[in-house]
Design a protein around this ligand. Structure first.
Ligand code: EPZ
Length: 430
């Protein structure tokens, strides 16, 4: 099992370039199969989740060509199956995007029910509600979600909860439905807008993405396109937190600063200096971080995907902070791990109470999920001494070349895949 070995206490300095947004890429790669023409997608993050989804897309018969690590050509003209039931596909939630894409194109789809996730039960009732409102029959049997329709027809859907996945999934299916669809209480994340822009570049007719009402006029068919994915606001935010936690000075490049406004505001509030440029943000941390309170909310509120990373920063801020997680019911699993480094955090229900400490100390930890793993890396980078983090394949689901980008900023971090190598590395960096 691969691990990270980190020697903390080194302020990060330099520049880091951010890759494509994973949570936009997963919707866009699925939507790409909705035409029989070739689609070229640039700035695709080369991470485990996108590779697994591409494997499934190839598995149902589409042609997938890696022009480079981050540019993919997809042609859905040769799809011969609408059943997606592979062992590996259950490991990524975003497999459910193939439901909407295949239903939209073929009026039928069958996808293995995605497994739960370490951050909560993550139901998909809103996805299914949307498909039914478009005239599809939907049922779950033998671990598969089955959808079918004579012909999808436009509908009016009011989502009971703001859901990124349901908004993207139903928006995709509605593109090829007959007539008009209105999605109300839609999610407004930047990646929703990116998927809508991508579909429109294929000839779809979607208006209002990025607001809570999205209007879709069904079209006959979609055509090929070339499209570049927006930068990943969560990867960017993770490096911003790493700069803050190590009292470093980092220029985060190739981003859209507006997508990070809620995090920028919080970092300034706790004493960091943050400078915004057209497509970059400079974060200068301080040894004298102050506490603050954070509540996660749908965009443009503070993103739940940045909650663990912010907790790592606040664990060494002076004073007490409160973190309320309002999106997922189980997103504090990193707390038990970070407490091993001397952090003082208590969780009650959906709130974590953080009492800042002077310094964290290196420890052996295990990554419970993707963003929790990133938070443990940030904590280890700020800590005194050496940390070992295992289960890093969670981190590799959403961060491309994470340790390489951190090494380029001066971090002492190695990726190793055996206990023997761990010992050697600890001696080398100790
Ligand atoms: C997406 O998950 C992201 N994943 C998550 O990022 C992100 O945390 C989440 O949106 C919120 O921003 C991808 O895009 C692949 P939701 P998604 O549907 O779509 C409830 C990461 O770290 N809900 O917006 O699954 C749900 O339980 C990952 O990159 C229903 O009740 O999230 C949750 O409480 C982690 N019924 C809330 O809505 C539904 O049908 C928001 O979930 C759907 C969701």
């Amino acid at each position: 099992m691969e691990q990270f070995i980190i020697k903390g206490g080194v302020p990060l300095h330099g520049e880091v370039s951010i890759g494509g947004a994973k949570n936009a890429a997963l919707g866009i790669l699925a939507a790409a199969i909705m035409t029989d023409e070739t689609v070229t997608i640039e700035n695709v993050p080369n991470v485990r989740d996108t590779r697994v989804l591409l494997q499934a897309i190839e598995g149902i018969g589409a042609k997938v060509k890696f022009v480079s690590n981050n540019t993919i050509e997809i042609n859905g003209g040769s799809i011969c199956d609408v059943i997606v039931d592979y062992e590996y596909i259950r490991k990524i939630r975003a497999s459910y995007y193939l439901l909407g894409a295949l239903l939209g194109k073929y009026n039928k789809s069958q996808v293995a029910l995605p497994g739960g996730c370490n951050i909560g039960s993550r139901p998909i009732d809103q996805h299914l509600k949307g498909f039914r409102a478009l005239g599809a029959t939907v049922d779950i049997s033998h671990g598969m979600i089955n959808t079918s329709a004579e012909q999808l027809v436009g509908g009016h859907i009011y989502f009971d909860v703001v859901s990124v996945g349901a908004t993207i999934n139903v928006m995709m299916a509605a593109c090829l439905a007959e007539g008009n669809t209105i999605l109300e209480n839609a999610a407004k994340e930047p990646h929703i807008v990116d998927v809508a822009n991508f579909l429109n570049s294929m000839g779809a007719n979607i208006k209002g993405a990025g607001t809570d009402i999205i209007r879709i006029k069904g079209v006959e068919k979609l055509h090929g396109t070339t499209y570049s994915i927006i930068p990943d606001q969560i990867e960017a935010g993770t490096f911003m937190c790493a700069a803050a936690a190590t009292a470093g000075d980092v220029l985060i490049k190739n981003i859209i600063p507006k997508h990070l406004e809620s995090l920028t505001a919080k970092l300034i509030e706790i004493g960091c200096t943050v400078e915004e440029f057209d497509d970059a943000i400079r974060v200068v941390g301080t040894e004298n971080l102050q506490s603050t309170n954070v509540k996660t909310l749908p965009y443009p509120g503070f993103p739940t995907d940045m909650q663990p990373q912010m907790a790592a920063v606040l664990s060494i801020a002076k004073g007490s902070s409160m973190i309320i997680e309002s999106i997922f019911e189980n997103r504090f699993k990193y707390v038990d791990e970070i407490v091993r480094m001397g952090a003082k955090i208590k969780v009650e229900g959906n709130t974590a109470y953080v009492e800042g400490v002077e310094k964290l100390t290196g420890a052996q930890m295990s990554s419970p999920d993707l963003r929790a793993g990133a938070a443990l890396v940030i904590a280890a980078l700020s800590a005194e001494g050496i940390s070992q983090i295992d289960e890093i394949e969670y981190i590799q689901r959403g961060y491309e070349d994470f340790e390489i980008k951190l090494q380029d900023l001066g971090a002492i971090i190695e990726r190793i895949d055996s206990e023997k190598e761990a010992l050697k590395t600890k001696l080398k960096i100790g």
